[in-house]
Ligand binder design. Sequence first.
Ligand SMILES: [Zn+2]
Length: 342
Amino acid sequence: MRTSILAYLRCPACASSTLTVSASAEDALEITEGTVRCEDCGHVIEVAKGVLDAKHPRAAEIALREADGNARFIEATSSEYLHDDDWLLRLPYSLYHVPPQKGGDMVANFDSLVRELGWGPGSRVVELGAGNCWCAWRIAAAGAEMVATDISRVKYHGLESGRTMIEGHGPYFERVVSEMERLPFADQSFDGLLIYAALHHSNDMPATLREAHRVLRPGGAALVIHEGVSGILRNNRFIGLRSVHEIDWQQFNWNEQTFWLHQYAGSARRAGLRTQLLIAPFIENRLERGDFGGLLFGRIGRLAARLWRLPGGHRLLRSQASIWAASYLVGMPLTAIFRRPR
Ligand SMILES: [Zn+2]
């Protein structure tokens, strides 16, 4: 951590901003060991390996179990999957459990959305569920002041990966252990907020969106990418569609859920956020190429690709109505901008 975080950090226990840092070890990059003490209630935020532990003193059991499961996952799979610093620095291209071409899709998708929101020099962005921080460092590299949060700190899965990203790739960013439903930051602290494939892990999705609204400045935007959406066809086990996860996630307490689109959009609206649904840029690339694998989705995808190429096709498929239809039908993953009105 750096002391500049005190401009917007608040006590997770009592929400006070009167905090005092005492460092017991620091290096050229940051304070690596120490404490941040709340002068109002006495709560102590520990700093270890540069990561602040600012989760609520009574964090939800389900979140703590997920963090514990992540640590066990890294331990249990260490012989099967190589995890080292080189692996971290090559993310997301080095991800296991996703097809090899997917890494390029993910990067193209991500970079184009971040550019669209203009996150760069002069903006401050927080990521919820940042995990091993590959998105956080990319936003830091775009020039934004960046804070990665997650409930999990274990290296290779959680926030302790961040230091490797900073040393290997460049710009500094903060790493803060926190529940996504209760953020240790002052109101209106951020221009942007990112949730990448993590909102569907929340144990209280509406509360997470209320927190997003609270910490965003008016006009600020939450970018939500690749969240599980329930679709009439996707959820039908009788036609042989399976979970995207090959691994037994229950064993590791991963809180995997899907929601219907109206649950995401309704929660955002009740939180005071305005929803703009998008087709993920990587899906648009596929529409462009007419490239869809799988039997059932392949047929629907090729039909959509034909519409895409018709005059006015882009506008038609990008309309909110088409995205609602694609979500309900095939469970197209959620890509959305939730904006806090000015
Ligand atoms: Zn306090």
